[in-house]
Design a binder for this molecule. Structure first.
Ligand code: OOG
Ligand code: MG
Length: 253
């Protein structure tokens, strides 16, 4: 028997105490992993956090290669995870945070189930440069595919830059991640499934399959375009995306 609620509590406590937990003792099935994720998120909603969107993971080769997995995952985003653009995070509230450059969408219409790329684009109200701060709750940032799903796909915080009109061609935009003014990762939005809109198509399908179809107003993070970079106190992190602008934050001690 797999203790879904027990694992959810253990992962949630790891978040609350910013302490790593050992890898899970027993392998989970995909269904069990998403059940643990839902149960741990229910604990957060119980504390007053509000669901505001969804994140996609492992949508680029660079991310799959860095973490040694080859299939997409998704996680749930809450209002408490959103960090203001230009704001700061407290390093001590994380286990071992990393940052990665992403593209975010905000929906102006709901997006149920199976949709074409054109239909997905038509539902987008804005597209923005975004930074995801991931923080695996597992020791040494090591996990199996199902373990990371259970851990809400490592989602921890995110920063969203200015929203642009989705009429801009965002299929192949240069993305530069700088830490303290030094270029650390350079990539393209095309690294995200060949075109980031494909990540939104997948998000719509997965969210609907989970019984939580994407709503108008939902934010969707398309996934890291490059490998993630480890964070340290005192750093200033900035992402510049060609044509879309910048998103940035500071890491306080
Ligand atoms: C899992 C989360 C993956 C992405 O953008 O690919 C992810 C991890 O790498 O810890 O957020
Ligand atoms: Mg990510």
């Amino acid at each position: 028997m797999v203790d879904i609620l027990g694992i959810a509590e253990r992962l949630d406590n790891a978040v609350l105490t910013a302490t790593a937990t050992p890898q899970l003792e027993q392998p989970l099935t995909v269904e069990q992993a998403y059940e643990v994720q839902a149960a741990s998120m229910n604990r957060r909603y119980g504390r007053g956090e509000r669901r505001i969107g969804l994140k996609m993971g492992f949508t680029s080769r660079a991310k799959m290669a860095q973490m040694g997995v080859d299939e997409m995952i998704w996680g749930r985003l809450t209002d408490a995870m959103l960090v203001e653009d230009g704001g700061s995070i407290k390093f001590g509230r994380y286990v071992h945070p990393r940052v990665e450059p992403e593209i975010a969408f905000i929906l102006k219409d709901e997006l149920p189930g199976q949709v074409t790329a054109a239909a997905a684009l038509a539902a987008v109200g804005g597209v923005a440069p975004a930074l995801e701060i991931i923080d695996s709750r597992y020791k040494d940032f090591k996990f199996s595919w199902t373990d990371v799903v259970a851990d809400n796909s490592s989602s921890s915080s995110f920063v969203i830059g200015p929203w642009s009109d989705p009429a801009i061609d965002f299929s192949n935009l240069g993305m530069v991640l700088e830490i303290d003014g030094v270029e650390r990762q350079i990539g393209s939005s095309a690294a995200i499934l060949g075109h980031p809109i494909r990540s939104l198509v997948a998000a719509a399908r997965l969210a609907a399959a989970a019984g939580e179809p994407l709503q108008a107003g939902s934010i969707v993070m398309a996934g890291g375009a490059t490998a993630a970079e480890a964070l340290a106190p005192g750093q200033h992190v900035r992402l510049a995306v060609q044509a879309l602008g910048r998103a940035e934050f500071r890491v306080n001690g």
